[in-house]
Design a protein around this ligand. Structure first.
Ligand SMILES: Cc1cc2nc3c(=O)[nH]c(=O)nc-3n(C[C@H](O)[C@H](O)[C@H](O)COP(=O)(O)OP(=O)(O)OC[C@H]3O[C@@H](n4cnc5c(N)ncnc54)[C@H](O)[C@@H]3O)c2cc1C
Length: 378
């Protein structure tokens, strides 16, 4: 289908946000003509901790994919430490650690099965014209969703500046050491504010290990590996290392009106406390797809951006303000230690913090008062 016959929806990027966009659109309007583009062939890897929060599986179920990841072991225990202070507790709902070669490929296959057309293409230009959007001077669409990750071409075309608050992280795989079997382990760095090393057991004999730091100044691959080895000795012996930037969300989330929509990392949606981005990717993708489908059905494709903005703000607006506040507070080592102490004392505070870091939770009154108590009596 070329210029003369526009696609209803072109999605740039077929990661979790892009496939969720296609699925969101096609579950709302099964006859919609959806083209999904990615510069990579699939299965493709992506630097990630591979931690799939329960809120991700909730969104996938709504998109018609219940049980998509049931063959991967559920992880129930989370261990957090900052120096000597430590908490190890069961999570209310399990996380799964699923390599992105598996997760992203399954999602893309589901989008194609739902009716999306998939093509390999590196998109270089996106231009809004009087009656549509032109991609690479070759394809035309009523609506385009940019799900093209941290260095998004569509974000630039929509006139939004690149996200300046970024983290950098490096991940590898190691044979799961016995002391880290069956859990997610996070060791916060005392030498670098807002940085941590992790080891997430996949349940198949391998664990995803890595180190991420919020702010990117002066951090080289060698420094990241050195910090990982110091915090989780042995983890630095892994292989298959891969690094990437994380564009972090802030107090306010921007989406222009019009025909260009953004989802996932392209929309600057990564939790600034934890680096979690998969839930935001599938949730914002599903909403972008539905907004595009509704705008096309109403013969008003130019309203898609405003519909998407309203939907994302309704779902995540308050949560994003709370995580922005929590991320600012947790720069202070005393607050981080107090948070771990409070979570160690009270399972419900632990649960609230997990929801804030991995899902759509808020800074609850219960958590704030437990934090203040822990600041007074560490
Ligand atoms: C080291 C690390 C660890 C992380 N750990 C976790 C974790 O444990 N849990 C979690 O929830 N999140 C984690 N994240 C964040 C998570 O990886 C991202 O938030 C997630 O990948 C966002 O999905 P997305 O679909 O928006 O973008 P991506 O997964 O980056 O997909 C974007 C797609 O767009 C394609 N693309 C880009 N440009 C173009 C173009 N011009 N034309 C065509 N295609 C294009 C790319 O090939 C890619 O397939 C981590 C991130 C890093 C870097």
């Amino acid at each position: 289908m070329r210029m003369s016959d526009p696609w209803d929806l072109v999605v740039v990027g077929a990661g979790p946000a892009g496939s969720a966009t296609a699925l969101g659109a096609l579950t709302a309007a099964p006859r919609l003509r959806v083209l999904l583009l990615d510069r990579a062939d699939f299965p493709r890897d992506k630097a990630c901790g591979d931690g799939v929060a329960p809120d991700v599986t909730d969104v996938l179920a709504v998109l018609g994919l219940p049980g998509l990841l049931d063959d991967w072991a559920p992880l129930r225990r989370l261990e957090l430490s900052h120096g000597e202070r430590r908490v190890s507790r069961p999570m209310r709902r399990p996380v799964r650690v699923v390599p992105r070669t598996v997760l992203d490929h399954r999602l893309l296959q589901a989008a194609v099965a739902a009716g999306a057309r998939w093509e390999r293409r590196r998109v270089r230009s996106v231009r809004v014209s009087r009656d549509g959007v032109v991609v690479d001077d070759e394809l035309s669409a009523r609506v385009v969703v940019g799900a093209d990750g941290a260095y998004s071409v569509v974000r630039r075309a929509a006139g939004l500046p690149a996200v300046t608050r970024r983290a950098i992280a490096l991940r590898g795989y190691v044979a799961t050491p016995p002391q880290w079997t069956g859990k997610q382990v996070i060791a916060f760095d005392q030498r670098h504010a807002q940085a941590y090393a992790w080891c997430f057991d996949r349940g198949d004999g391998l664990a995803n290990v890595g180190y991420g730091a919020f702010g990117t100044d002066g951090l080289t691959r060698a420094t990241l590996l050195e910090r990982l080895g110091e915090l989780l000795p042995g983890a630095e012996d892994g292989d298959d290392w891969r690094g990437h930037h994380l564009p972090l969300s802030s107090w306010r989330w921007a989406q222009p009106g019009g025909r260009l929509l953004l989802a996932g990392d392209a929309a600057g949606l990564i939790n600034p406390m934890t680096g979690e981005g998969l839930h935001y990717a599938v949730a914002s993708g599903a909403l972008a797809g539905r907004a595009a489908a509704a705008a096309v059905a109403a013969h008003r494709p130019g309203t898609a951006g405003a519909r998407h903005r309203r939907a994302v703000r309704a779902l995540l607006g308050r949560h994003l303000r709370h995580t922005a506040t929590a991320a600012r507070l947790s720069v202070l080592p005393a607050v981080l230690t107090a948070g771990i102490a409070a979570a160690d004392r009270d399972q419900s505070v632990f649960d609230d913090l997990v929801d804030l870091g991995l899902g759509q939770g808020r800074l609850t009154r219960r958590t704030l008062s437990a934090l203040s108590r822990a600041l007074i009596v560490p």
